[in-house]
Write a protein that binds this ligand. Structure first.
Ligand SMILES: C[S@@+](CC[C@H](N)C(=O)[O-])C[C@H]1O[C@@H](n2cnc3c(N)ncnc32)[C@H](O)[C@@H]1O
Length: 251
């Protein structure tokens, strides 16, 4: 998958792409990341990419021309959808990451200052994505979050596909609690069942703790979750079924 990232701060992006799974994904050819320095598309010798807003007001705006020139250039090699990272965009979730992971290429445009000239968005942007209801100083961290979350679900990127299908948000459930060595840490023991070698009992423990955890921390997530016959049986056995039905009944 090809990611084009348009930014005035290319150095901000390079280091996170040189570590861990993103680095490996690049080396193994699962992803290619093309960082496009917007200043190269500035029309003047001072590399100006911003200007004052018409009508007055605080701050500066990113000019439309350098952005449109960059996009036209990227389109020659295949830009895919052009996504503007913006606090006004649709909320980014695991579902959106899954949707984007099916694209062959994406172009992520990072805003700065007070934002960008509206005419650029009208003509060149296919989608706007927000990483949450807060204001970042620029779109670069948001773009990295999109690249990171999309990359890890691309087929073949993680050695173990189970970790993707069993992640928090792969269903409307939070992941069960997890433990590693030592068996006893500051007087706290690992739950006995995880040491039992009984795979069925371990699965049951993980499913039930996952539901319990979701009920405690993010009960609204359960409103959309559907359980199969076997799972319903387990929920009844552990006294959770009625609590979930009550949640799902409430609008
Ligand atoms: C300081 S912000 C501009 C905010 C703008 N004045 C507003 O009120 O909507 C600069 C840039 O950071 C990026 N940005 C800020 N918050 C974001 C968020 N929650 N999600 C995605 N991008 C964000 C956008 O690219 C935005 O154009």
């Amino acid at each position: 998958m090809l990611f084009n990232i348009v930014t005035i701060f290319p150095n901000l992006l390079s280091s996170p792409l040189e570590e861990g799974i993103l680095r490996k994904a690049k080396e193994e050819g699962h992803i290619e990341v093309n960082i496009v320095d917007l200043r190269q598309y500035a029309p003047d010798k001072h590399s100006t990419t911003d200007d004052r807003p018409f009508g007055g007001g605080e701050g500066m705006l990113m000019k439309a021309e350098p952005l449109s020139s960059a996009i036209k250039d990227i389109k020659k090699q295949g830009s895919g959808k052009v996504i503007f990272l913006s606090p006004q965009g649709r909320p980014y979730t695991q579902r959106v990451a899954e949707e984007l992971s099916r694209e062959e290429s994406l172009t992520l445009v990072c805003g700065r200052y007070e934002g960008v000239d509206e005419r650029f968005c009208e003509k060149y942007v296919d989608d706007e994505i927000s990483l949450g209801d807060f204001i970042l100083t620029g779109g670069e961290l948001a773009a990295l979050m999109v690249v990171d979350s999309v990359t890890r679900i691309l087929p073949g990127v993680l050695g173990c596909t189970e970790s993707v299908t069993k992640d928090t948000f792969s269903r409307n459930l939070l992941k069960h609690p997890q433990y590693t060595r030592p068996r006893v840490f500051e007087d706290m023991e690992v739950p006995e069942v995880l040491l039992s070698g009984d795979h069925k009992a371990i699965e049951e423990y993980r499913f039930i703790t996952s539901v319990e955890r979701t009920l405690t921390k993010r009960p609204r997530m359960l409103k959309q979750e559907r359980f199969d016959k076997q799972e319903k049986k387990l929920l009844k056995k552990h006294g959770l079924f009625d609590r979930i039905v009550a949640l799902q009944d409430v609008d």
